[in-house]
Design a binder for this molecule. Structure first.
Ligand code: SF4
Length: 478
């Protein structure tokens, strides 16, 4: 999605997907799923879907668009049942076509609907294996491969099928599966993407982030462990370790950027961790200035921390248009010339004649940051010092985040000084990786930080795991 001036609507890494599952015969499960997905909307805005089980059959409704656009009262009422799974999607593998929307429904040997957050790095191998068995695939998403492997599996119980299939999957998978009897959720053995267990009265639910529990009145019980499967059914809650790894590798970028500030990750409220990143950023990269300005909303917590630690007052020098939506109207030469302000508008009264510290949480391509620096100059800022509450992003993600190619990244083969020149600011500084781990009270040995370091926790290269890997495969074969 791009704004009319060709700038991606969100210049950061693209969010991935959000998943939810619930077993609650006493409740309107589709409505619970709707509101949970509404809370997870930040994790994917391209498509949304809900599947429910009623009288031994699965009903699925999915479409392109936001949760509020895909569902209305009558559609939710049509989705009756005792259990549900749901999904919001930003495409990581496969294009955004309707067939790739989730939950994915299959009924080879066993009927199921599956919702997946992550990315398989052995998708091409699995696709070949399934094709050789004559299994027809309808979409180009790697998630359908998991659905197909589980659906064709001969085990009587879905839990046994999951236990057999998960060790064969490489990559990131926080996944929920609905069958006529149970909701089953599992994570990959490294625990790359988040997945938590919640309690709703006497029943249980699972979600990518705890903010989905808050909105439906559920409470966070704990995170589902790496390689753990939980099963929710009339038998209650069952758990099983289905895969093991020597190390954990939770995505550190969830703490920095992806998760909602009110979600709890690894026992820590994300807003608190991000504010601490801002405090440490001041300690590591101080600068004399008159005002701290956040790039809203992503830079808000770190700007608060930077201001708190430095004593430099914080003010709203950039106003965000909260209602930016997709537009197909082109601005034309005249408007382009005057610097189209689709997303942010600077306030000359706050920044004029002053030394400004601009705080944001990350830079990927740098387009938005460059545009913001230019706007602040035009609004009369005397000096502009950019402070980023994460290290430079130099490497693509293979585990479910679309960060574009290394060549497109602002930090690609550039020093921090060179990036600063490119952005047009007076100074640029990033938080160190040690600073990130200090802020989240975590360690490198249990996290993935490959987009900063190139140190990938899974060895396989990305040659066969690109976003369109399966589409390319299909093209090659047809
Ligand atoms: S490469 Fe970056 S975004 Fe991807 S899982 Fe690792 S830390 Fe997260």
């Amino acid at each position: 999605m791009t704004t009319p001036d060709g700038i991606p609507e969100r210049d950061g890494p693209r969010d991935e997907c959000g998943v939810f599952g619930v077993y609650a015969p006493e409740s309107e499960v589709a409505r619970l799923a709707y509101f949970a997905l509404y809370a997870l909307q930040h994790r994917g805005q391209e498509s949304a879907g809900i599947a429910t089980t009623e009288s031994g059959h699965i009903m699925t409704l999915r479409d392109l668009g936001l949760v509020s656009q895909v569902f209305d009262e009558s559609k939710l009422r049509a989705l009756g049942g005792t259990m549900a799974v749901g999904h919001v999607r930003y495409s990581t593998t496969g294009s955004s076509a309707w067939e790739n929307a989730q939950p994915i429904y299959r009924s080879d040997r066993r009927e199921l609907a599956l919702a997946h957050n992550g990315n398989l790095i052995n998708a091409v191998d699995l696709h070949e294996e399934l094709s050789e068995q004559g299994v027809q695939l309808r979409s180009t998403s790697d998630s359908e491969l998991i659905a197909a492997l589980l659906s064709i599996h001969e085990a009587e119980r879905i839990e046994d099928a999951v236990a057999d299939v998960v060790p064969r999957l490489e990559g990131a998978l926080s996944t929920v599966v609905l069958t006529p009897d149970a909701v089953v959720a599992f994570r990959d053995p490294l625990g790359l993407r988040p997945l938590s267990l919640g309690r709703l009265g006497d029943r249980f639910c699972v979600a990518s982030e705890s903010c989905a529990f808050d909105i439906i009145g559920a409470e966070l019980v704990r995170e589902i462990g790496p390689g753990e499967m939980v099963s929710l059914s009339e038998r209650g809650l069952e758990t099983r370790q289905v895969a093991r790894s020597d190390r954990r590798a939770f995505c550190v970028f969830e703490h920095i950027y992806f998760a909602r500030p009110d979600s709890v990750l690894e026992g820590m409220r994300t807003q608190v961790a991000r504010r601490r990143m801002g405090e440490i950023l001041w300690r590591e990269e101080p600068v004399e200035a008159d005002v701290v300005v956040a790039v809203p909303d992503s830079g808000n917590p770190a700007a608060a921390g930077y201001s708190l630690a430095s004593g430099i007052p914080r003010d709203d020098g950039l106003i965000k248009n909260r209602y930016v939506a997709r537009t197909f109207i082109q601005p034309g030469q005249e408007l382009r010339k005057h610097g189209l302000r689709m997303k942010f508008n600077p306030l000359p009264e706050v920044v004029g004649g002053r030394r400004v510290v601009v705080v944001d949480d990350s830079i990927v391509r740098g387009n938005t940051t460059r545009q913001i620096v230019g706007m602040l100059r035009d609004a009369g800022a005397r000096e502009i010092h950019v402070r980023i509450s994460a290290p430079p992003i130099r490497h693509p993600c293979h585990y479910g985040i679309d960060m574009s190619t290394a060549e497109e990244m602002a930090a690609h083969e550039r020093t921090v000084e060179e990036i600063g020149v490119e952005l047009g600011c007076d100074s640029l500084a990033y938080l160190s990786l040690e600073g990130v781990y200090e802020a989240i009270r975590g360690e490198r040995s249990t996290h993935c930080d490959a987009c900063f370091t190139g140190d990938y926790p899974l060895e396989r290269s990305d040659s066969a795991s690109g976003k369109f890997a399966l589409e390319e495969l299909t093209v090659v074969r047809s």
